[in-house]
Design a protein around this ligand. Structure first.
Ligand code: FES
Ligand code: FES
Length: 162
C-alpha cells in the first residue's frame, strides 16, 4: 500500500469487497487485476468500444472510464454474476442457443446490456434491441445473431411470465 492509496468498499456480484486502491485505478483494472474477474474485457480503454461494460446499480457503465474509488458502496454486476450455479441467465442462454458469439470478446458487454434492456423494458421493439446492441463494438458477428438472441430472451421471458 503506498501513501496515496485509499480504501474502497463495494458489492461485486453480491459479495462485499474492501480493498486499498490507487486513486487512478479504474473499475476495469480493479475487477480484472484485483478481483480476478476477467470476464469484463479491455478493448480500447478509451470509452469507445463498450467491451468493458458492467452494471453499476443495475445500469450499464463503462468500467474503463470509471474509477474504482467512485464505486464506494455501489453494487456492481459483471458477467460472472449472472448465472445461478449451473443455470445460465435467460439472456446468456439465448446467446448460446442463437450462436450469437464468435470470439466472445464483446459478449459479456452485449449480454449485460441485454439484461439491462429487458429489466427496463421486457418487450422491446426490434429498433430498441438494435439500439441496445449498437453501443458495443463486435468485430465478428455482424450483430444479427446478437439481436436475435436478445429478442429470443425477451420472448422466452414473456412466455415464462404468463
Ligand atoms: S474498453 Fe472501455 S469502452 Fe473500450
Ligand atoms: S464475437 Fe468477437 S467481437 Fe463480438
Amino acid at each position: 500500500m503506498n501513501q496515496r492509496d485509499q480504501m474502497v468498499t463495494m458489492v461485486v456480484n453480491g459479495y462485499e469487497v474492501t480493498r486499498s486502491v490507487e486513486p487512478s485505478t479504474t473499475l476495469l483494472e480493479f475487477l480484472r487485476e484485483e478481483l480476478g474477474l476477467t470476464g469484463t474485457k479491455k478493448g480500447c480503454d478509451l470509452g469507445e468500444c463498450g467491451c468493458c461494460t458492467v452494471l453499476v446499480g443495475g445500469k450499464p457503465a463503462l468500467s474503463c472510464l470509471t474509477l474504482a474509488l467512485e464505486m464506494q458502496h455501489q453494487e456492481i454486476t459483471t458477467i460472472e454474476g449472472l448465472a445461478h450455479g449451473e443455470n445460465l441467465h435467460p439472456v446468456q442462454k439465448a446467446f448460446v442457443e442463437e450462436g450469437a458469439l464468435q470470439c466472445g470478446y464483446c459478449t459479456p458487454a452485449m449480454i449485460l446490456n441485454g439484461v439491462h434492456l429487458l429489466n427496463e423494458n421486457p418487450t422491446p421493439t426490434a429498433e430498441e434491441i438494435k439500439e441496445c446492441v449498437s453501443g458495443t463494438l463486435c468485430r465478428c458477428t455482424g450483430y444479427v445473431k446478437i439481436e436475435k438472441a436478445v429478442a429470443r430472451a425477451a420472448k422466452e421471458s414473456s412466455v415464462r411470465a404468463k
